[in-house]
Design a protein around this ligand. Sequence first.
Ligand code: PLP
Length: 428
Amino acid sequence: MKKYSEMTKDELKAEYEIIKAGFEEAKAKGLKLNMARGLPSAEQLDMEADFFNTLNPTVDFHSELGIDCRNYGELTGIHEARQLMADMMEVSPEEIIVFGNSSLNIMFDTVARSMQFGVLGSTPWNKLDKVKFLCPVPGYDRHFAITELFGIEMINIPMDDNGPDMDMVEKYVNSDPAVKGIWCVPKYSNPTGVTYSDEVVRRFANLKPAAEDFRIYWDNAYTIHHLYNGKEDILLEILAECKKAGNPNMVWKFCSTSKVTFPGSGIAALAASEENLADVKRILTIQTIGHDKLNQLRHVRYFKNIEGMHEHMKKHADIIRPKFELVISILERDLAPLNIGSWTHPNGGYFVSFDAPTGCAKRIVGLCKEAGVTLTGAGATFPYKKDPNDSNIRIAPTFPPIQELEQALNIFTLCVRLAAAEQILDEK
Ligand code: PLP
């Protein structure tokens, strides 16, 4: 098949009529398919049935150190849960606070605390004229929503296969004291699947921020979420690198078991230097008398240790890998020969990132909607929902059953072809 860019106007018109007929046929089926959010499928959640047997009225509710987990207390989490999350986050248990069910919640609170109370004695951000965050793009919409809510100005930083453009990051962070943070998903990034290279991590650790209260928001949500056994990405551990560089307080690390056990019912943790954590505890002690220790106990008893978690993640991978491979094979089959768009081939995480021809993303998402396929909104992967190229679309393959995913992808590629053909015809 000829590439669209090489077709004459008449050839492309003929192609357009064929795709349009296919689109109308798909529309008439009245399908309702969803590829919008990165959720585990019911099949993944069903695996966890035994999880609930770890706590029942006949078991001992005491932690290893004799804490009755049914009662108040243990603000930073029970010892064995701190150990488990420390192993997951590759730090020591003293550098961990186990919170509630959501890492996003910890991120929100971390920004809120900085706004209201400042960071380690610095001026609260809400007393400053201007606060800025760097936002590697495409990125995670909910990060951007937090900083937007607090009126923090967001600056796009382009990503490549190694991570964010570090020349730009260094320029902003090292020269502008209004830059207080950067959002990072350093492993199997949402949505590109990129894992930051060692050089990028080291350049992060060696930043010389103009602001003493600048922090890297290191959201390692997909740290153990590999798709392939034996083809795991490896990420350099940032807290140790920051210590080596003499910047031990420069990073907040976030993580949770949302996509290990249950979204909304996992355990989440913050990792940071002990000095940073002491500052957090000062406020946390007023905010709560302790998080859900029964859930912490459940997690520890279910997995036993980090090896148990890794074994468990292989079962998740076995369920979702075929879905990723299906998505990529349909994109390759339908779009690669036409040279339309580009897409990622992640080794882990929850997304495939698709870049449509410039100016086509909104149209594609709209066409998909007409044909019954819901996608993450075009622009969602950028601050203020503004993709300057109107190009990026996040594909979330995990939730739908594989047959539905196939139907949805067939419609998606049809809509991409339709939008691309329309655009070229308009220009001819
Ligand atoms: N961080 C990233 C990068 C995510 O993709 C998600 C969920 O999709 C979250 C955080 C949410 O994590 P949690 O459930 O721990 O709040």
